[in-house]
Design a protein around this ligand. Structure first.
Ligand code: ATP
Length: 321
């Protein structure tokens, strides 16, 4: 089965503090966008023998427990196809947790469109798609809450990706769940979600040709030096009221404090977008490097895209979901 694995942008990010376990406590508003990878998951049951009748053979590094192996391929040659790939780890976790008594091969094919290492949750969305796909294929009937509990072990953004994909992919056969949705206030490490009505607008997205490590950005942040923080509640009110002045006033990503100073291409992209694209608001997504601009008019956004599409190779004009 094929699952559309959507990217996200952050309409705001506030970092509240650092927890004793090393994770950062955040408060942010996340929004799914119409840019997605296609993740196809297949299960090929081993018909020849039951796993407990199997002869001991030399260990296969791609094999889970006794009887499940994982075969992952993508259209990007530089992406890892083993346990370093988050989608692979999702399959492995699912197999270890729910399918110890089966034998066969999980085949995953990922058609990437979401830029990699971009602050758009590409890897997390792929992992979420694999969890949802295997839940359907193996008829496990797990609800969104159970899948989110599992997903957070893979990454803090995975629960939000699960919520969005559950709302957007009709082929998943999930029970209706109030945790499904495409826009949420996320707290904790990003895994505690409160769904809100999505922000409907157009998005110009541009990724400078650099990779940014999320860990490095959080590690480099001086929390005491943050002066301008988002007013998350005001932002949520603005989204509810379709008050675009309130929305743009309260959209702040505190991680820009580090990333804009550290990476000149992010600063350049943001400045260029503001000056030439004239969006309602421009902001860096996640820990960067992608910068996005919001437009209420498709025509204005498209014109800005035409002017700016040569700025970075990975520039898109899409809408929120
Ligand atoms: P986030 O917004 O959640 O911080 P990101 O968009 O910044 O994520 P990803 O595209 O998920 O970043 O990539 C981050 C790292 O994860 C890269 O080094 C990449 O090689 C690795 N990675 C592992 N699995 C995947 C995958 N399925 N798709 C993309 N990157 C992956």
């Amino acid at each position: 089965m094929t699952v559309n694995a959507y990217a996200k942008i952050n309409l705001s990010i506030d970092v509240i503090g650092k927890r004793p376990d090393g994770y950062h406590e955040v408060l942010m508003v996340m929004q799914q966008i119409d840019l997605f990878d296609k993740v196809t998951v297949k299960w090929i049951e081993d018909q020849s023998e039951k796993p407990d009748q199997k002869q001991e053979t030399a260990p296969n590094p791609n094999q889970m427990g006794k009887g499940i192996s994982i075969n992952l391929s993508t259209n990007l040659p530089f992406l890892p196809d083993d346990h370093r790939n988050l989608a692979y780890r999702a399959a492995s976790l699912m197999a270890e947790t729910y399918c110890r008594n089966r034998a066969g091969e999980i085949r995953i094919k990922i058609e990437k469109r979401i830029p990699v290492s971009a602050g758009l949750a590409g890897g997390s969305s792929n992992a979420a798609a694999v969890l949802l796909g295997l839940n359907r294929i193996w008829e496990l009937d797990l609800g969104l809450t159970s899948l989110m509990d599992l997903g957070v072990k893979l990454g803090a953004d995975v629960p939000f990706c699960l919520a969005g994909q559950a709302a957007l992919n009709e082929n998943l056969c999930l029970q209706w769940d109030e945790r499904a949705g495409t826009c949420a206030v996320a707290s904790g490490i990003g895994e505690q979600l409160e769904q809100i009505k999505p922000l409907k607008c157009w998005v110009l997205l541009s990724k400078p040709p650099i990779a940014v490590s999320t860990a490095q950005v959080y590690g480099g942040m001086d929390l005491a030096a943050i002066k301008n923080r988002p007013n998350t509640m005001e932002l949520v009110c603005g989204i509810k009221e379709h008050n675009y002045h309130k929305i743009s006033k309260n959209m702040v990503n505190v991680l820009e404090n580090y990333s804009l100073k550290e990476y000149s291409s992010i600063m350049y992209t943001k400045n260029k977008m503001v000056e030439t694209g004239k969006p309602m608001k421009a902001l860096m997504s996640g820990s960067g490097p992608t910068v996005f601009g919001l437009y209420t008019s498709r025509k204005k956004g498209k014109e800005a895209f035409e002017r700016l599409k040569y700025m970075n190779k990975e520039t898109f004009f899409i809408k929120t979901l």
